[in-house]
Design a protein around this ligand. Structure first.
Ligand code: A4P
Ligand code: MG
Length: 189
């Protein structure tokens, strides 16, 4: 079993219900077992003007390798009605990001773990620090609590971290997922 942290964000429709359904679908799919969930917080939008988000982080256990887990969360997003968007950082009914997967480092075209903006986002670090303050970021070699304190003390990312990672805009060119319409895991699991 791998210990994984997922970031969840939503700013369209019934936001609380979206988070609730996302965790239910994830658990029911057999793809992951929910271990704990951080407080759900309302956060100002990063990106273009839009409605405030609800954000949280969940800790799950999974037997799926990272790439299969990604397929699973993308299907989950589609099941909840997320449509491919042309607007970068635009509003979304649900967004599920793989923040950390054990202490694995993945750098592939479609998957980067740890999530590349994790350490720059208060709406990720605060809930993550509730669940796992002592967890060490495998690339930055700092604990989640230390990353949160750094963010608080500097307010803005340090110049070295802004280069190539972007405090204001996404660093990578992500493509919207195409529809697949399958469920995660096998029914009967
Ligand atoms: N991808 C690569 N690595 C990962 C990973 N670790 N986890 C790829 C999940 N996906 C990963 O993601 C685009 C592609 O990223 C995926 O197809 C996958 O192959 P997406 O969810 O379809 O698109 P996106 O989320 O719009 O893109 P991006 O750049 O990941 O946006 P973010 O970083 O998720 O930001 N403000 C507040 N307050 N709260 C929020 O939650 N979220 C965003 C979206 C903007 N502003 C926000 C919030
Ligand atoms: Mg995402």
């Amino acid at each position: 079993m791998a210990r994984v942290f997922l970031g969840i964000g939503t700013n369209e429709g019934d936001r609380l219900e979206n988070i609730s359904r996302a965790t239910q679908i994830l658990a029911a799919s057999g793809a992951a077992r929910l271990i704990q969930m951080a407080t759900i917080a309302e956060t100002p939008p990063l990106g273009p003007p839009q409605r405030d988000y609800l954000n949280t982080v969940v800790e799950v256990e999974t037997t799926l390798p990272p790439q299969e887990l990604l397929e699973c969360v993308k299907r989950l997003e589609q099941q909840l009605g997320r449509a491919p968007s042309s607007q970068r950082w635009g509003p979304r009914i649900i967004d599920v990001d793989i923040l950390l997967y054990e202490d694995r480092i993945v750098e592939e075209e479609r998957l980067t773990i740890p999530h590349p903006q994790l350490h720059q986002r208060r709406f990720v670090l605060e809930p993550l620090a509730q669940l796992a303050p002592d967890l060490v970021h495998p690339v930055l070699k700092r604990t989640v609590q230390e990353l949160l304190e750094e963010l608080t003390s500097t307010k803005h990312p340090r110049p070295a971290e802004r280069t190539g990672r972007g405090g204001q805009a996404p660093s990578t060119q992500h493509e919207a997922e195409s529809s697949r319409g399958e469920q995660c895991g096998s029914s009967g699991g």
